[in-house]
Design a protein around this ligand. Structure first.
Ligand SMILES: [Fe+2]
Length: 412
């Protein structure tokens, strides 16, 4: 014959199954229900003692109590209980107002609150319920009711804590995975860019420098942070099309025949063919702001669209005499105009196995002479404004054989 379950007050150990604030991967210490911190706020010391005695008999031991009702709110906040037993009608304080204040504080919005009141007024009950009171107990408190109601409240708190910690763990995992993905993406792009440069007897630092220069120029132009980050990566791929240029021409020492130079020039088209299939579209339909000329917002395809555009347009010239499309002025995508300055400066200022680096002032004067013909004047101004940072990048990513190519600190 089935028997009625024993009351919680009779079997305190039966309440220990669920942990408070416990989560599978959380560093927070699991707290058993019986260890939950119970706070009792009542202006009558005897009421506090009676409630505490009943709960102690049920196995609870973690208490905070106060009869200083004027400072009750501060005491509750300082104690951070797992459940609150709150009187309503108190001198110097009103339980409803305390409850309202608590619900306005992020850490207390879901705190279980059991209202202890001698007032059976329906309007008081309604006010408390609207503010999220968990339960009501009419004074004098029935000890048979108190412990199970406190247990239920603590179990609810336990579930809330578990859910909260699970959500936090999930958010942390997502952030970590996103960071891992971003790091992988950067590494893959760099490897691809470096593969192309190594065919050209370069160290791989050229692509990093061009990317960093492009980012610095974009920053000086006041472009959004995401665009600065993306162009720094995308510009590293500017010469990826060299992968498909025959060795006999790409690696030929000395001057190239016009026909051979024409083959070299195909690297912009080849690079575009390599990158473009991985873009969502070619960017022509992307919204661009009227002045900044960069896409208004970032999306999952922004980076590769930028890279495709750069591979195709970094040899265009502002006066229309460049290749492959012969675009002029602001018909050349901004990223192409930016990368053109970055690429030419690095080619001039860096040592290669077959040439010495050009003195910095000479590099600057060559860029200046091409203002408005090869280079967009506004982009060139941004380059010169970024020179202090550009010199730091040159020093940081100096080619290993480039011992004499350190930036000339005295000539800038
Ligand atoms: Fe190129």
């Amino acid at each position: 014959m089935p028997t009625s379950p024993p009351s919680a007050a009779q079997t305190p150990q039966s309440q220990t199954a669920l942990p408070l604030a416990a989560a599978s991967t959380s560093a927070a210490r699991p707290v058993e229900v019986l260890d939950g911190k119970i706070m009792i706020v009542d202006h009558e010391p005897v009421n506090v003692l009676v409630a505490k005695k009943h709960l102690q008999a049920a196995g609870y031991s973690n208490f905070e109590t106060t009869v200083d009702t004027a400072n009750a709110l501060q005491s509750i906040i300082a104690a951070g209980p797992d459940v609150l037993l709150l009187d309503v009608n108190m001198p110097n304080a009103n339980g409803i107002e305390i409850l309202r204040e608590l619900r306005n504080r992020p850490g207390f919005r879901h705190l279980p609150v059991l209202i202890l009141t001698a007032n059976d007024d329906a309007s008081v009950k309604l006010s408390c319920l609207e503010l999220g009171a968990t339960d009501f107990l009419i004074k004098p408190v029935d000890p048979m009711e108190l412990a199970p109601r406190v247990r239920n409240a603590l179990q609810n708190k336990c579930f809330q804590d578990q859910l909260q910690h699970h959500t936090e763990d999930l958010e942390e995992t997502i952030q970590q995975r996103t960071a891992d993905l971003e790091r992988s993406r950067r590494e893959v792009i760099y490897c691809l860019a470096r593969a192309a440069e190594l065919r050209d007897n370069d160290t791989g630092n050229h692509v990093i420098r061009v990317g960093r220069f492009a980012g610095l120029i974009a920053g000086q132009l006041g472009l959004p942070d995401w665009y600065v980050e993306d162009i720094e990566l995308a510009a590293q791929l500017h010469d990826v099309g060299k992968i498909a240029v025959p060795d006999a021409i790409l690696l030929k020492p000395g001057r190239l025949m016009p026909s051979e130079f024409a083959v070299i020039q195909t690297h912009v088209k080849l690079g575009h063919q390599i990158i473009k299939p991985h873009t969502i579209n070619d960017g022509s339909s992307r919204r661009r702001s009227s002045y900044e000329e960069c896409p208004i917002e970032r999306d999952s395809g922004s980076l590769m669209r930028l890279a495709a555009s750069i591979t195709q347009t970094h040899h265009e010239k502002f006066d229309g005499s460049g290749y492959p499309l012969g675009l002029a002025g602001e018909d050349i995508p901004l990223e192409g105009r930016i990368t053109a300055v970055a690429d030419v400066y690095d080619a001039l200022a860096s040592e290669r196995p077959y040439k010495k680096p050009m003195p910095r002032e000479k590099c600057f004067s060559i860029l200046e002479e091409s203002r408005g013909s090869h280079f967009d004047p506004r982009v060139l101004d941004a380059f010169f404004a970024a020179v202090p940072e550009i010199l730091k990048v040159q020093a940081e990513y100096r080619d290993h054989y480039n011992h004499d190519a350190a930036p000339d600190a005295g000539s800038a």
